[in-house]
Design a protein around this ligand. Sequence first.
Ligand SMILES: *[C@@H]1O[C@H](CO)[C@@H](O)[C@H](O)[C@H]1NC(C)=O
Length: 198
Amino acid sequence: MASHRNSPPLTIITQLLSISFFLLLHSPSPATAVPATNNDAPSSLVNKVCQKTTLCSYNDCVAALALDPKSSSATDAKALAKIALKLAVSNSTSSEKYIDEMAKNEGSSPGLKSALEYCVLQYQSVVLLSFRSALNEVDDDPLTANYDAKFASDGAYYCGEKLKSGGFQSHDVDSIRTRNNYVTIYSDIGFAVTNMIS
Ligand SMILES: *[C@@H]1O[C@H](CO)[C@@H](O)[C@H](O)[C@H]1NC(C)=O
């Protein structure tokens, strides 16, 4: 549509606008030029789960689940819960490594280092432990899985509080806050999806 920019008559503009609006309403990703494949549209189960999340937005939920293409073909809550919690574990593992590297960075001040070490501990002992437990509990004890998925985000919360109290420069800690937010997203999704296991 970018090629129609050389002052087209008003009617064409109006038509283009209504076509764009139509695409906006009917396509899950209007910015993409390729035709929608199966993986672009959230499945009805993903849709249902993402309408139930409370801390993360619908779009963040759909995007987070789409990181594993198997999400769109999962037909029951149990299967989708396992996919979501595996994503939660791998995502948080990579964040834990990231924070650990930053803690070991020579350039980090002693105060920042100790806050980051605290965060690493929270990721290991709360976030990862809870997501892993939840994943193992999906089959036999969905209620405990539900509780553990929720509890995982406490580790990210306490990490965030520690960073807040240290009065650090935002450029030092913004990337950690982003990762804490990923934990919240997966915790929220994990909670919503395990809640739907009957
Ligand atoms: C972690 O999850 C977030 C939120 O879905 C995503 O934006 C990010 O790319 C993921 N990172 C990794 C390493 O999987």
